[in-house]
Design a protein around this ligand. Structure first.
Ligand code: SF4
Length: 335
């Protein structure tokens, strides 16, 4: 029997757990090997995920399980995503859906964001959590590499109402050498599928001499899907097998993004101190409508929003945001 959640479509059996090592066959049915086990749960600003255009200022229950269907050479969470999930069980905890939601509520969270490893490897658990979250009125979002099958996308969009897909590049050679997949075709297809069904933001880590020559093409692709997709660009954080890589040059990325902004009004460039690319400007009149603070390491927070019902206070243009600033959370700042 094959798993049809991601494009690897692994053959599973009672002894064969697939590339991610998170699924198995038991009594003729596909099951998760470690259901309802969480490697991480924490609080975070939704902006730090990053999500900039959904529930601004809100407090998120940030969670993850184990395992991944990619093998990225620069993975920042390799201790969870690439380690043997059997061994991580010693340090993970079990929370069934009702308890999980109670914990999120107790911590004052407005929403849940799965952002530590790849959600595709824990879909049965996340589906059960989503049923409880729906009853509790708590929206769910995730970060994903976007490598699902169309069936996997279907299930993901039933679980998550906001998604951030990592568009890591376009070249097959880069996909094969650095990520361990044949190419980016499924990811590009799924960006269009998610954009049509849920709130979508996209993230790209720039790796010098690998994908920094594709910035214009990536912008063209996103603009062809929906020019209002928020696009978060990061410099590579050297880590894991690429710990000796260089931080890409800020100036050169700045120049390229400046020309891309004509096609994509919501481009953000994070993770360097002093970035002015973390604010939102009205695409019509240029007024700054949302100001954010970037600490240079991805821990972004909302400073203030002057949107009025998601409209620019200067010219009245409606901007693409889901939900307005979550007031109670904006007053109760935490770092
Ligand atoms: S989710 Fe895991 S088991 Fe399923 S196809 Fe992908 S890598 Fe294989």
């Amino acid at each position: 029997m094959n798993c049809n959640f991601c494009e690897r479509r692994c053959a599973l059996s009672e002894k064969q757990n697939g590339f991610c090592r998170m699924y198995e066959i038991k009594d003729g049915v596909q099951r998760e090997r470690f259901p309802h086990r969480w490697s991480v749960y924490d609080l975070a600003h939704i902006e730090s995920m990053p999500f900039y255009h959904v529930y601004p200022g809100s407090r998120s229950f940030s969670v993850g399980t184990e395992g991944c269907n990619f093998a990225c050479g620069y993975c920042m969470n390799s201790y969870i995503a690439r380690e043997n999930p059997d061994e991580i069980q010693q340090s993970s905890c079990e929370m069934k859906p009702k308890e999980f939601i109670r914990m999120a509520q107790k911590l004052g969270c407005h929403n849940i964001v799965f952002n530590i490893n790849e959600p595709t490897v824990s879909l049965f658990t996340l589906q059960e959590v989503a049923w409880e979250a729906k009853n509790a009125g708590m929206p769910m979002g995730c970060l994903s590499n976007g490598y699902q099958t169309p069936e996997g996308v279907e299930l993901m969009t039933e679980i998550f109402s906001f998604v951030n897909i990592s568009m890591k590049g376009l070249k097959d050679t880069f996909a094969q050498k650095t990520l361990g997949i044949p190419g980016f075709g499924p990811v590009l297809r799924n960006i269009a599928l998610f954009a049509a069904r849920v709130h979508l933001e996209v993230t790209t880590p720039i790796v010098e001499n690998e994908n920094d020559d594709e910035i214009q093409q990536m912008a063209d692709f996103l603009a062809s899907v929906d020019r209002e997709i928020p696009w978060h660009v990061f410099r590579l954080q050297p880590d894991y097998k690429m710990i000796d890589s260089r931080y890409p040059n800020v100036q050169s990325i700045n120049e390229q993004l400046t020309s891309c902004r004509k096609r994509l009004p919501y481009i953000y460039f994070h993770n360097f101190i002093g970035s002015e690319w973390v604010n939102t400007y009205c695409p019509h009149c240029g007024r700054m409508v949302v100001e954010r603070i970037s600490l240079g390491c991805g821990g972004d927070t909302l400073d203030h929003s002057c949107l009025q019902g998601n409209r620019c206070p200067a010219c009245g243009t409606t901007l693409k945001f889901v939900g307005e600033e979550v007031e109670w959370n904006a007053k109760e700042r935490f770092l």
